[in-house]
Every structure is written in structure tokens, then in C-alpha cells.
Design a protein around this ligand. Structure first.
Ligand SMILES: [Mn+2]
Length: 325
């Protein structure tokens, strides 16, 4: 139940972002993505879920600051999603020490927000990857009977949360074993490096999850992989949840993250993927996690994050406008 002012109790309003001086012919993102009044009907929104124990907690606000420098025009796809109505809903309030309370706040706040407007596409900004579990549950609980998953990740993220509590390495095991996600509708794209154990890879395969390592993406091409991933995640489901751990990137494209490793996706691949996913009618929610602003180098990773969000929104806009190409 929303408080009487129409706002959600556990949502802190978006920080004040200095507007970019209006420039003729430019639609700067800081003027385009404005705070939501909880009343107007919108197409998409960003929501911060700033849980993390290093620089990930700062990511939503850093990304908001970086948005100021960019325009809506998408040069990669020769189009401008400016007609899409995108708003900022703010950040979920975090507890200073208790991870369970933080995750509970995320699930409850998102649920309340989704119940106020059931139509918009949420873009949940982490935070570390642990936020994907409460975020997925909130989406499924409020909006959809069955939800498939396309996860971009360097790692399996199915460690047992019963050992050391929920964390960035556990969200998909929580979702699988909690009965929220059927592995046969789940896909993971971009595994690379030498950071996961065989046991976890086998665990994921045993649950029916399809794995597309980064090297396979490079050999077959991202369009082919995304088509297959969408077929699988949409088969018998109402909607598809996109989870994007920025550690899926090759080191130079995403230095600002905890688990970066050589051999990941490049920026062309991830931007093409997000555009294609944004176009698909069943893709109704995404998260973007693990951006560690303290480790980042010259904002490379946060700038990529803005490009990822805008590529996705370009796809969402073309879906809405029924542009097919
Ligand atoms: Mn991850």
C-alpha cells in the first residue's frame, strides 16, 4: 500500500542532478530523464538498488551524474528514442549493516512501485548482483506469472547462500531453489576467465540453464546467440528478466568491477544485445549491476552503463513505435 502522498515509503527521491544547459537540437539525458511524480503514465524508469559493500553502492548516483553528458540520439542505430517517456524513481532505502533488511527493502519497495504503475519497463541499477534476487521476486510477484531469465555474467552466480549468506555469487541459486525461476527458461551469456568452479557450472547445466561462453559469442555472433536466448527464455513464459552483471565485459571495456577478467564481451556486442532485447515484447524488466565506481578508470564503466541503458531504451522505443528493421 502506497503512503497517502502517492510515494513509496522505502523509496528515497532521486538526487538533485544539475541540469545540462539546453542546447539547440540536443535532448540531453539529464533533461529527458526527470523524477517521476507517481502519476503520469510512463514507458520506462530507472530505480536505484544501491546494496553493495564497496563502490557498487554508489553506482546509481554516479550513473545519474554521468547521464548529464549524453544526448538521446543513438548514433549506432541512426535513431532517436526521444519520444519515449523515461523517469527516475529514486533509490531504495538501504539498512546500514543488515543485508537481509536491504534485500527485503528492495523487494518491498519495487513491489509497491510496480503496483502503482504496472506498465513501465523498470531498469534496476545495482548495487552488487545480490540485488537481482529480490528484484526478480518483486517483478514476478507484482507483474508476471512466469518469468524467464537472460543473464549476462562472467560467473555462474549459483553459490549456496546457506553457507555465507546471500551475496553477489548467489542470486540465481536463490531463485532456482526458491521456485521463482525454471532453469529451462534461463540462459547465461558471456562466461569467461578462470574464476568459477566446475561444480557450479555443472549445477547450472543440471538445472537446465543454457550457457553461452564469451568465446562462443565471438565465434557465432551476438545476434545469433540473442535469438536463441530469446526463444528459450520466452518459451511458455509471460515475460523475460534481463540481468546484466558488468563483469561480463572484457577488461578494457569494464575495468570498474570486482571480478573483471580478460576474454569477455566487447562494447559492440553488449550494445547490440541490449538493443535487440529491448525490442522483444516479452522483455519487461532489466537490472544492471556490479559497477564499482571506486575501481573504475576515467568513468569508462559508468559511461558504458549509460550506453547500455540507452541501447536498451532504443530497442524499447522501436518496439513501441513498431519499427522493424
Ligand atoms: Mn554476477
Amino acid at each position: 500500500m502506497a503512503p497517502e502522498n502517492g510515494r513509496v515509503e522505502l523509496m528515497l527521491p532521486p538526487p538533485v542532478i544539475t541540469k545540462t544547459r539546453p542546447i539547440q537540437h540536443y535532448n540531453m539525458l539529464s533533461n529527458w530523464i526527470t523524477p517521476w511524480d507517481y502519476e503520469e503514465s510512463i514507458d520506462a524508469a530507472i530505480i536505484g538498488a544501491p546494496y553493495g559493500y564497496t563502490g557498487e553502492a554508489a553506482a546509481p548516483n554516479v550513473i545519474r551524474q554521468i547521464l548529464r553528458r549524453f544526448a538521446t540520439r543513438n548514433a549506432n542505430f541512426d535513431t532517436d528514442p526521444v519520444d519515449l517517456k523515461v523517469r527516475d524513481i529514486g533509490n531504495v532505502a538501504m539498512h546500514p549493516t543488515n543485508v537481509y533488511r536491504c534485500h527485503e527493502n528492495i523487494e518491498n519497495a519495487l513491489t509497491d512501485v510496480y503496483n502503482i504503475d504496472s506498465g513501465f519497463v523498470p531498469i534496476v541499477l545495482g548495487g552488487d548482483h545480490s540485488v537481482a534476487a529480490p528484484s526478480f521476486r518483486a517483478f514476478k510477484g507484482a507483474r508476471s506469472e512466469t518469468v524467464g531469465l537472460i543473464d549476462f555474467d562472467a560467473h555462474p552466480d549459483t553459490r549456496d547462500w546457506r553457507t555465507n549468506g546471500p551475496g553477489s555469487g548467489t542470486p540465481f541459486r536463490q531463485l532456482l531453489e526458491g521456485g521463482h525461476l525454471d532453469g529451462n527458461n534461463a540462459v547465461q551469456i558471456g562466461f569467461h576467465g578462470f574464476l568459477g568452479s566446475s561444480e557450479l557450472f555443472e549445477f547450472n547445466k543440471g538445472h537446465g540453464i543454457s550457457l553461452y561462453p564469451s568465446a562462443q559469442v565471438r565465434r557465432r555472433g551476438i545476434r545469433d546467440i540473442i535469438k536463441e536466448a530469446l526463444d528459450k527464455a520466452s518459451d511458455g513464459t509471460d515475460s523475460i528478466y534481463i540481468s546484466l552483471d558488468i563483469d561480463v565485459m572484457d577488461t578494457p571495456w569494464g575495468p570498474g568491477t570486482g571480478g573483471e577478467a580478460p576474454g569477455g564481451l566487447d562494447s559492440h556486442e553488449i550494445l547490440e544485445a541490449m538493443y535487440l532485447l529491448g525490442r522483444h515484447p516479452k522483455v519487461k524488466v532489466m537490472d544492471l549491476v556490479e559497477i564499482d565506481c571506486i575501481k573504475d578508470v576515467r568513468d569508462v564503466t559508468s559511461k558504458l552503463a549509460v550506453n547500455i541503458i540507452m541501447s536498451f531504451l532504443t530497442g524499447v522505443n522501436e518496439r513501441k513505435q513498431r519499427v522493424y528493421r
